[in-house]
Design a binder for this molecule. Sequence first.
Ligand code: 4AD
Ligand code: MG
Length: 463
Amino acid sequence: MMKRKRIKQLLDNPATGEDVLVKGWVRTRRGNKNISFIALNDGSTINNIQVVAENSAFDESLLREITTGACLAVSGKLVESQGQGQNVEINASSIEIYGKCDAETYPLQKKGHSMEFLREHAHLRFRTNTFGAVFRIRHAMAYAIHKYFNDRGFYYLHTPIITGSDAEGAGEMFHVTTLDLKNPPLTETGEVDYSRDFFGKVTNLTVSGQLEGELGALSLGEIYTFGPTFRAENSNTPRHLAEFWMIEPEMAFYDLEDNMNLAEDFVKYLITYALENCSDDLGFLNNMIDKGLLERLKFVVANDFVRITYTEAVSILTAASRKWEYPVGWGRDLQAEHERYLVEEHFKRPVILTDYPKEIKAFYMKQNDDGKTVRAMDVLFPGIGEIIGGSQREEDHDKLLNRINELNIPIKDLWWYLETRKFGTAPHSGFGLGFERLILFMTGMSNIRDVIPFPRTPKNAEF
Ligand code: 4AD
Ligand code: MG
């Protein structure tokens, strides 16, 4: 038995004259009554290998089953291609059909389906060039993230997915319970008795690994989390998922400036990694999905991010001759339209906004001396808006406790977090990069549902 070779291997290092075995799915088949040209893809690369079959050498019934989507094993000699479009091709000596694919009923028989159609066929959309490219890039980015941090002495810390604290306030949470919803145990006052639930208390899916990440950083130095997070907001936008992945580094002894430097270096590293390692897939997406993709990626790597305060941003937005859907004013949160104006029209490059009003940011952010703002940072990207949110953290126990009390956050949820500020507190900072928003930027795709294999959005968890 010959050993199967990946198509990528054959195309990257073509040893012509050798007998080879490949396995994959038919992308297209064309030809005439004497000869068939089969474009075969096995997922190892966006590129297909061309299989050439003399029809007379094969059963007619077998040839009939070589249709778009069918799965084949092909062996034959690797030869220099006579035709255009490829350097090498396989002269098939034997073809085995693993899986037929009925041309009448196969939903992806034709090319050029809309993204909506493909989303409804998310179980099959992996078979398209576009989704193959997107998910190979997604993989490469996950690998590069671990490599970046490992090379710099950060530890990968696994923070919990089920959490007993809902203090972060980053969004609505999904409850986790094993209670019988039809007949839950009740307390004497008639409320659901969560002390009889699985964990003996109310639990939820986490919205962020940050608070637990801080516990790690305040001993291990530099850590990062990289896991799924969950937000039960009913936001049906091309930028929001109910289940998304987040990368959250957390660093002892970093101030906001160090934090911004890390964020900028990190994102530039990831883009550079993709440009160097995913050129075939990026080239395809640049041709087919977004003609400005490569130029934009290179531009972001080559240029410094603008760094301004929230207050400066509000002045720019107020001065802009523009009708906003949402009003601009100091103290109001910025909306996507404002963020995109700053990035895409005013500065024309990524922008880091800092020092937001404390009212619109989380309780844990370090308070500035002005009493009004906190050491927050949001990184805003062209076409995306907010891609990173982070801050320097409040390390002073009493200031943190005051803020918790001002916001009426129950101490019983946060006593363990506060203890880090009691026992050997340290200045520290961190941020969260939305993985899917990064992949949106990296691929030029326009809807976040198309950069995660199985999107979870309101009323949608089919696949
Ligand atoms: O700004 P967020 O809410 O920050 C936090 O959760 C902090 N705890 C992070 C930290 O400091 N460790 O979320 C961080 C990033 C956003 O900038 C965005 O890229 C992404 O997560 N994000 C989402 N991505 C997809 N769908 C959603 N619903 C998202 N919400 C946030
Ligand atoms: Mg945010």
